[in-house]
Structures are given as C-alpha cells and as structure tokens.
Design a protein around this ligand. Structure first.
Ligand code: ATP
Ligand code: MG
Ligand code: MG
Ligand code: MG
Length: 491
C-alpha cells in the first residue's frame, strides 16, 4: 500500500526516536537571530551556535540533547546558483521544501549515520539496494583536504551496498564548510536510480549521479563536521564532531509513492487540483500549462510560509524575494492559465489544512496570509496586462537580428509595471532573448541617486540580484551551507 506523505514524515521521526533522538519543530523560515541570512536554506542554519561551539547541545524542556531530528522548512531562491529557474520546469527542485534531518551534536558520528541511513531507506522503507549510490569525498590536494576514506570504508563495512556503488566526488558536491574559517567536513550523499531495469542495463547509473538528471536523483546528504579551518587554511580536528543530515522530503515521498515527479505526490496534488479547477485545464494535458501549474503550486508554498513566518512583500531584501516569487507565479497564471483575477488565497486555504498538524503556524496566521497574498496579487494584476502588452509590443518591434532587450525597456517594465528584473529575464528567455543588465542597473542606480537627493531613499529599493545574492547559498553540495559568510562553495 502507498504511504501518505504524512505517514512518511512520521516514519522518519519514529525511526530516529527509536535511536534516542528528540523530535523538534522546524524553525521559522525567516531566520530569527541571523541578519546575514535572508531565509533558512538548510537544516543546519538554526543550529549554527552549536556547530560554532557556542552551545554544547540542544536545550529542550530543561535538558540538553545531543541527538535531534526534525523537518526544516527551507527556501532556496536567489544567489549565484539559485534553484528558481528550475522550479516548475523540473520536477524535483522547489523554492520551499522540507529538509528532514537527524543531528548529532558531539555524539554519534559517521558509522551510525551511515548505518542508520541505510537501515531507514532499505530495511524500513524497502528501497532496492541495487538502485542506491553512496558518494564520498575524494579529497582535494590543492586545498589540503583529505579524502574521506573512513566514510568509504564504512559504507562497505556497515551496509551491503555494492562496492561499485560507492563513488568519489570533489569539493563541490562532497565537502561542506560554513565559511572561510570555522567548522567544516566531508559529506556523503545517497542518490537513487529511478530508471526502468532495461535502461539501467544499458547505461550504468554511476555515470548519471550528480549530473542533474531527474532519473538519478540525490535524496539525502550526510555531513560530517569534523574540522575547524584556520585562517592560514590548515585544518584542526574539532574536539566535538557533529553529524548534520538533510533529506529532501518531497523527493523521498515521490520515490516511496512510486512517482516520477514530486508534483504527483499527495504533497502537491491538492494544490494542483485546486489550480486546475480554477484554470479549467487538466494537469497533464500540455507541458506549457503543466509548468505554469507547477510554478503556482510551488510558489504559493514559499510565499505562504514565508509570510506566516513574518516576511512581508516589500521592495527590499527578504520582502522583495517574496514579491518576486509571487509575481512570477502570478505572471504564469495570467499568461498560461488565463487566470485574470486574484485567486491564490484559495490555495492558502488548501495549504493551511494540509499542514495543520506539521506547521500549524500557517493555519494560525491564515487570515493575515490571505490578506497579504490577495492585496499583493491584486496590485500586481492591476498593471500586469499592460506590462505584458508593453513587453509584447516591444519585442515585436525589435528588428530581426536584435536579440537583447534594452536596459531602458527593462527599467520601464520594472518602474511602471512592477516587473522584477528576473521576470523580465524569464519572459525574454522564453523568446530566446537576453536583457541588457548593465544598463538596467545603471538606471536603477540613477533612480536611487535621485531618490537619495530628494531625501527619500529607502535602503534596498534596488532589486538587483547580485546584491541579494550575497545572502544566499551558492547552493548544492552539502545540505547545510550557511551562506551569510561565504560564497566559495560551488554547485
Ligand atoms: P541538488 O544537487 O539536487 O540541487 P543539493 O546538493 O543542492 O541538491 P543539498 O544542499 O545537499 O542539496 O541539500 C540536502 C537535500 O535537500 C538534497 O539531497 C535534496 O534531497 C534536497 N534538496 C536540495 N535542494 C532542493 C530543492 N530546491 N527542492 C527540493 N529538495 C531539495
Ligand atoms: Mg542544489
Ligand atoms: Mg547535496
Ligand atoms: Mg547536489
């Protein structure tokens, strides 16, 4: 029988409860004490003080815990390697997703983390061992980082995984660091090959791991925090070693429900049903409308939870990220689903019920979230059709050889019609065009200067990506990048 997503989340907690973990709530997706981070983008962010050695464990109900498990709401939407462009187009990257994690704060280490990951995936959930790959860090001489032979050995000794399913990768995928200095360590990931047997026989799954292939998907990242990086680049062993894991909840649910797409799971079908009903188009009918429905279903989750956790659409920082996501969804609904009035609040209802037990904050804040979403959507819709008309007219009048939308036009779309630059870029991309960024940013600067001179400068009025990106993860790799400090980690 097919397990519901609720059951799968409970299975995870139950499994780690049996292993003496305390189950803790998700922190709000808007960081509580971390001005350097726009949104929580990995399970480890809220536990940062423990990894920095400022706290010795997790305090709950008068006790200190060295083992915990949770599901953490994460948002990954901006920065150099953000997931936003993929969302809706692929079927396994979301703007907001749940990261299931088990944590050891100076307690157990690699051996248990690896053995338990296998036990849960294979013995408890019944995944076929044959389809699983484990990746370990191969080392990096130039950076003075040793290979993680220990993890490779433990996969071989603690699990029955085939030897040729233990694969070695470099820093980008298998080493995690919090910043230029500080806690860091190798990680070990589990990937799953979902292709039919016939295809698996033809092409070795090992060659498709870490290739952004949706059929061979990363599901779980186990990070082993064991070093303290010094200013001179050298590594000191940490006195207290930690385990930080992150499993993509929507992905494991898709796997366990036998679906090819996260959107075919019971996490997304209630939303897609509501959207499809409203649009009068069935999901699965055509790729273009499917993408639009997936975008709306995905984005409303990010917007709703972020607003419930205290973010508000605005022209700066986190508020502008929320505004951009909502406007992106709104444009898809308008343009591809022919929905011409505010409707997303209906989806907030769906979500609030769906997550009433896991994230009750949404139900509690439902009136507020509904109000914010409706008013933001309504105000954008007021200019959206004119903006789209302007965009169409402008691109139609471009001469044959011209492939770049001028910075002046992009600025006008921003200033007069409220198009975030990434929406203009998305629409340009759909037509095979580019946008003159440099000129756009010049005009934004000039506008800021004028406002400053007139004495009404609001900080962050500027929406430019590079500016926001400093807060974000360069994504990938480790499941737990804290990015307020450092952008070195690459995808
Ligand atoms: P990918 O390579 O697929 O982009 P990642 O390496 O960036 O994933 P990690 O930083 O290792 O991801 O995060 C831990 C886990 O969180 C991943 O193994 C994956 O299951 C899940 N995950 C990461 N990004 C997303 C996303 N945008 N949407 C849904 N799940 C995600
Ligand atoms: Mg990634
Ligand atoms: Mg990873
Ligand atoms: Mg990865």
């Amino acid at each position: 029988s097919v397990r519901s997503s609720h059951q799968i989340r409970r299975d995870f907690f139950e499994f780690f409860r049996e292993k003496k973990h305390i189950i803790v709530e998700s922190a709000p997706v808007v960081p509580e004490n971390d001005p350097t981070l726009l949104f929580i983008n990995a399970g480890m962010n809220p536990f940062k003080p423990i990894f920095l050695g400022e706290e010795q464990g997790l305090k709950r109900s008068g006790k200190q815990w060295q083992r915990a498990a949770n599901t953490q709401k994460c948002i990954r939407v901006s920065g150099k390697h953000n997931d936003l462009d993929e969302v809706g187009h692929d079927t396994y990257h979301h703007t907001l997703f749940e990261m299931l994690g088990n944590w050891s704060f100076g307690d157990y280490f690699k051996k248990e983390a690896i053995a338990w990951a296998w036990e849960l995936l294979v013995d408890r959930w019944g995944l076929e061992p044959d389809r699983l790959y484990a990746t370990v860090f191969e080392g990096d001489d130039r950076d003075g980082l040793p290979a993680d032979e220990e993890a490779a050995g433990l996969w071989a000794s603690e699990t029955p995984i085939a030897k040729d399913h233990i694969l070695k990768y470099g820093k980008a995928d298998n080493f995690w660091e919090m910043g230029d200095t500080g806690p860091c360590g190798p990680c070990s990931e589990v990937h799953i090959d979902l292709r039919p047997d016939a295809e698996r026989k033809k092409v070795d799954g090992a060659t498709l791991v870490n290739q952004d292939d949706p059929r061979v998907m990363e599901i779980w990242n186990l990070v082993f925090i064991q070093f303290n990086r010094q200013k001179d680049g050298s590594l000191n062993p940490l006195p207290a070693r930690h385990v930080d894991t992150g499993m993509g909840f929507e992905r494991i649910v898709a796997v366990l429900q036998g679906k090819r797409s996260n959107y075919d799971t019971d996490i997304f079908t209630p939303l897609l049903d509501a959207i499809s009903k409203r649009a009068g188009v069935a999901y699965g009918k055509a790729e273009q409308t499917d993408i639009a429905m997936r975008v709306v279903a995905d984005h409303i989750r990010a917007v709703s939870f972020a607003v419930a956790d205290g973010a508000a659409p605005s022209n700066e920082d986190r508020g502008y990220v929320i505004r951009r996501i909502l406007r992106r969804a709104s444009r898809y609904a308008w343009d591809r689903l022919n929905i011409r009035e505010a409707f997303m609040a209906e989806l907030v209802d769906v979500l609030a019920e769906q997550f009433a037990d896991v994230f009750p904050e949404l139900k509690e804040k439902k009136r507020h979230v509904t109000k914010v979403v409706t008013s933001e959507e309504t105000s954008f819709l007021r200019t959206l059709d004119q903006g789209i008309a302007y965009f169409n007219q402008m691109t139609e009048s471009m001469s044959g050889g011209q492939s770049v939308i001028s910075g002046d036009d992009a600025f006008k779309l921003h200033d007069t019609y409220g198009f975030p630059i990434d929406l203009t870029e998305l629409m340009a991309r759909e037509r095979g065009l580019k946008v003159d960024h440099e000129r756009f940013h010049e005009l934004m600067e000039e506008q800021k200067d004028r406002a400053r001179k007139a004495g009404k400068f609001k900080s962050g009025e500027d929406d430019d990506q590079p500016d926001l990106s400093r807060h974000f993860s360069t994504s990938a790799g480790t499941g737990s990048e804290f990015t307020g400090y450092d952008e070195r980690k690459s995808t």
